[in-house]
Design a protein around this ligand. Structure first.
Ligand SMILES: NCc1[nH]cc(CCC(=O)O)c1CC(=O)O
Length: 313
């Protein structure tokens, strides 16, 4: 077993590489002598940079090529931001490990202002996330939301060039890249409910690779896994895809899980939210029942509107 080289398929953005190196290091320190290498790849999501993700087929664009590499045996595992992992997996692959979550909040980044509330009338905010757009517009209908894509560094460059008064990024991504000092405010969940899985790193591999699955067990963080399972159960029940603004965020308070969820219209004019509290053993049921409450409370109409005629991706 020790002479095998375990290969991590990864995108080449600085954030993806950081996450792949992180898993490489954690595996090697949990299992001294283990050989782990990176296999850097280019995905469609990295090539199409000028169109909002929701329009070009969604976040799946970033993972499909990594999954092909695992199915072909060119790689053994892929490391993902849990936020970017679709609800379902191709035949034979699955998510086997979720590492400890870093700060799950959204980051308000600006040269002149300290928060959304401090922005002047009509200020320009950069984000291509429908979830962020929806919540910002609901709070401040006067603000102008402009699309913002590219790697974290590219996005910061556009802010620095004066294209926006503020932009929204994930705290975790900025921290991983050593750019924490750019954060003016970690936005409270009451202002911007995070995305499903935000701040957590997950590992996907072939489900018949029991050797690797055993090795990866040491990297799993049970509390994070429970929270992310609740969030993903809610998202799966909603069948939202990424054309719909959806936030889902769970925290543990001892053994009690507190799950909050929101579904909104992209323009923020309608927003449905709810919460559940219960024992951690009920994580997935809580996600499902919260999704049902949201659906009955108006989310069904929002989803129908977004998908008019076209089936969810
Ligand atoms: N959509 C890209 C993406 N996927 C994961 C993160 C941040 C890291 C994380 O949430 O784990 C980011 C960048 C961002 O939203 O600012």
């Amino acid at each position: 077993m020790l002479d095998k080289i375990f290969r991590i398929a990864t995108r080449q953005s600085p954030l993806a590489l950081w996450q792949a190196h992180y898993v490489q290091q954690r595996l090697m320190s949990a299992h001294p002598g283990l050989r782990v290498e990176l296999v850097p790849m280019v995905t469609k999501g990295d090539i199409i940079l000028d169109t909002p993700l929701a329009k070009v087929g969604g976040k799946g664009l970033f993972v499909k090529e990594l999954e092909l590499a695992m199915q072909d045996g060119r790689a053994d595992m892929a490391v993902h931001s849990m936020k970017d992992v679709p609800v379902s997996f191709p035949e034979g692959l699955g998510l086997v490990t979720i590492c400890e979550r870093d700060d799950p909040r959204d980051a308000f980044v600006s040269h002149h202002y300290d928060s959304i509330d401090a922005l002047p009338q009509g200020a320009i905010v950069g984000t291509s996330s429908l979830r962020r757009q929806c919540q910002i517009s609901a709070r401040r209908p006067d603000l102008v939301i402009r699309s913002l894509r590219g790697n974290v560094g590219t996005r910061l460059g556009k802010l620095d060039a004066g294209e926006y008064d503020a932009i929204i990024l994930a705290v975790a991504g900025l921290k991983r890249l050593g750019l924490e000092d750019r954060i003016r405010q970690a936005m409270p969940a009451e202002v911007s409910l995070p995305a499903v899985g935000q701040g957590a790193v997950g590992i996907e591999c072939r489900l018949d690779d029991s050797v690797l699955i055993d090795l990866l067990r040491a990297l799993n963080h049970d509390d994070t896994e429970v929270c992310v399972r609740a969030e993903r159960a809610m998202n799966t029940r909603l069948e939202g895809g990424c054309q719909v603004p959806i936030g889902s965020f769970a925290v543990l308070e001892g053994n009690d899980l507190w799950l909050r969820g929101m579904v909104g219209a992209p323009d923020g004019r309608v927003m449905v939210s709810g919460e559940r509290r219960g024992p951690r053993a009920q994580a997935e049921q809580m996600g499902i029942s919260l999704a049902d409450e949201l659906l009955n409370g108006g989310a069904r109409e929002i989803l129908k509107e977004v998908y008019q005629g076209q089936p969810p991706a």
